[in-house]
Write a protein that binds this ligand. Sequence first.
Ligand code: GLU
Length: 399
Amino acid sequence: MGTLSDRINNMEESATLAMAAKAREFKAKGIDVISLSLGEPDFKTPVHIQEGAKKAIDEGKYFSYPPVPGYLDLREAIVDKFKRENDIVYKPENIVVSNGAKQSIANVMFTLLNPEDEVIVFSPYWVSYSALISLAEGKPVFIEGSIENDFKASAEQLEAAITPRTKAIIYSSPCNPSGSVFSKKELEAIAEVVKRHEDIMIIADEIYEHINYTDTHVSMASLPGMLERTITVNGFAKGFAMTGWRVGYIGAPTWVAKGCTKMQGQVTSANCSIAQRAALTALESDLGPTKEMAKAYAQRRDMVYDMLTGLQGFKANMPQGAFYFFPDISYYFGKSNGDITIENATDFCMYLLEEAHVSLVTGAAFGAPNCIRLSYAASEENLKEAIKRIAAALSKLDQ
Ligand code: GLU
C-alpha cells in the first residue's frame, strides 16, 4: 500500500472549494441549495471575450505550447494595462501569466521562500495564502484586523511583527474575505515600514481591483520607491467573470519574474493558449461590462447589508470592495435546536447548509473563527431567499 506524503497530509483542503463541492453534492441529490460559498461571479464571461477565444481556435495558430511566462502580445497588453490603470511602469519581462492568480501566488512563494522564512499575512486573509506559504516550507505570521477597525491590520502591527526571518508580506485589497479597501494613506504607511527593511518584499493581491466601491484603487507598486519591492498579483477571474478560464498574472521585479517562470516551466509549462487569447481580448476592449457588473454588486451589497444587519446576532462591517460579507456570528455559539449545538463558525455553516440549504464558508478558514463569509455574487432573488431561509433556521435555535 502506498502512503500520502506528510506535505499532503498536513495541508488543509481549500475551504471555499470544499464547501462549494458540498453544495454541489446536495444539488446532485435534488436539494435546492443556494450557494453563497464560492467567490464566483454569477455573470457569464462577456460575449466579445468568448468570441476572442473562438477566433483563436478558428485561426488555428494557438495549438502549440505558448512561451512559459505567456504570449508576448498578452504580456505587452498587461504592461499597458498597468500603465493605464495603475500607474505602474513594467516591461514584458516583468510579467508572468499563470493558471489563475492562485498559481501566481504559489509561484511567488516557491520563488521567494527558504524553509522557515516568515511571511506576514494580514488577517483575515484569503484561505490559500497560509496553505501556499506552508507548502513552500515558509511560516505564516498573522497580524489581525478586527471588525471594529474594518478588519484592517495597521502599519504599527506590521512593524511589530517583522523579525530577521521576515521575507515577505501579503495582503489583498479589496480584501477577500472582509471587503475592506486600503486607502492611499494606509498603503503609504505600510510602504514606509517596508522601506525601512530592505530585504522584505510585499505581495499585493489586487484581483478585486475592479470591484471597488470607493473612488480609487491604489496599487502598492505605484507608490514612490515601491516598484522594486512589490509583486503585484492580478487576474481576469473576478473583473471579467472568467473564473473557469484560469488566467492570472504578476507584475514583479525581473529577478522574481524569472524565478516564477522557472518554477512554472517545471510545473505547468505555461497557461492554456486559448485562455490567454481570451484574456488579450478582455484587455483590448473597454471596461463597460466590468463596470456594469461592479454596479450590480454594489446594489446587492446595499440590499444584503440591510438584510444581514437585521438578523439577530449578526455584526457586519460595510464592505468597500470585492463581493463578500464577513459577519461576526459568535452570538450563536452555544445555542442549540435541541439536537445540534453550534460550537463554532464551522458548525454554524454546517447547520445552515443542512437546515436552510444555504452554503457559506466558516471564518476559521480565513483566520477569523467568530465570522462566516457570504458571497453576494448571486442573483438578488437568490440572496433574498437565502437570507429568508437563514432567518427561519436561526429562529429554531434557543435565543
Ligand atoms: N477566490 C475565490 C474564493 O475565495 C475562489 C475559490 C478559491 O479558489 O478559493 O471563493
